[in-house]
Ligand binder design. Structure first.
Ligand SMILES: [Zn+2]
Ligand SMILES: [Zn+2]
Length: 285
């Protein structure tokens, strides 16, 4: 099979898994719910798996792996990378490489997903299906080398698709077809869109608390839905900060969990932005 052909097949598979099945699954689940085919088990499966897999992305892939905001005990690290892999957002080192490229080129031409350059839909999810394989490869070469040194990361890179499928198998085994609909496809629809909203909405709508040279914004709604990642202006101002919510009212579920894990001594070296550096970039004093 030649390379362009296999790339096209890969794009079709991604489109099916990330857009078609979650979209159709969600519409079907809602229609069935109106006819009474929904149980508390379905709702609990959907909510718990959405939160757990999202935390795998925000805590595991994003704050731990990409930004080294903390170091985790090996068991916690394994669980976070496993949950992140179940979210179907790409293998850990691929996710991390693309995200580092976003930080290195935020809202300029080489940004993989900037609404400033190619519009909202491209930044939201269009980039996943239109990215040139060569650009993808270069991103991994430039930003992903260090992740290849980490044996646990390479393990999840190699087995990523199996974990993604486990994310569908678990709700099916617990709740049958309705479990698969709510804990699998509705969960994917919600969790994927919450993460994608950080890349799209949080570079368009919201306010700025800190000076940055990009279009990043703090968005209250995405802050809540994406487990604290919607405080995106804060994040671009201080990428390494373990806490994205930097005011008491900025709800940051991922940050609260890091704080609890630190108290339990399950994570350490939690990075906090020194107060004077925080004050220097603050817009409203
Ligand atoms: Zn951003
Ligand atoms: Zn980041």
């Amino acid at each position: 099979m030649n390379k362009p052909y296999s790339h096209q097949l890969q794009v079709i598979l991604y489109f099916l898994m990330l857009i078609v099945l979650p979209g159709l699954g969600t519409v079907t689940a809602i229609i069935l719910a109106f006819q009474g085919f929904i149980s508390w088990q379905d709702v609990i499966l959907c909510i718990s798996l959405t939160i757990l897999t999202e935390l795998g992305i925000t805590l595991g892939f994003h704050r731990m792996l990409v930004h080294q905001s903390f170091t985790a005990n090996p068991t916690v690290k394994f669980i976070l990378l496993m949950l992140g892999s179940m979210a179907l957002q790409g293998a850990p080192s691929t996710w991390a490489s693309i995200h580092l490229k976003h930080h290195a080129n935020t809202d300029v031409e080489d940004d993989p997903h900037s609404p400033t350059f190619q519009g909202w839909l491209h930044a939201h999810c269009g980039w996943i299906f239109t990215m040139n394989p060569e650009v993808h490869f270069q991103a991994r070469q430039t930003f992903g080398k260090k992740f290849q040194q980490d044996k646990m990361v390479t393990f999840f890179d190699a087995t990523f698709f199996a974990w993604s499928m486990l994310g569908l198998l678990i709700p099916f085994l617990i709740g049958g077809l309705n479990g698969l609909l709510w804990g699998g496809f509705v969960r994917l629809f919600l969790a994927l869109n919450f993460t994608w909203s950080v890349n799209s909405i949080c570079h368009i709508f919201g306010g700025k608390m800190f000076k940055t040279d990009d279009a990043s914004k703090n968005n209250f709604l995405v802050g809540i839905l994406a487990m604290g990642e919607g405080w995106h202006n804060n994040h671009h101002a201080f990428p390494r900060s373990a806490f994205h919510g930097l005011a008491w009212w900025q709800f940051d579920l991922s940050g609260y969990i890091i704080w609890i894990l630190e108290k339990l001594r399950l994570v350490k070296h939690v990075y906090r932005v020194p107060e004077d550096i925080l004050q220097e970039k603050l817009i409203i004093k």
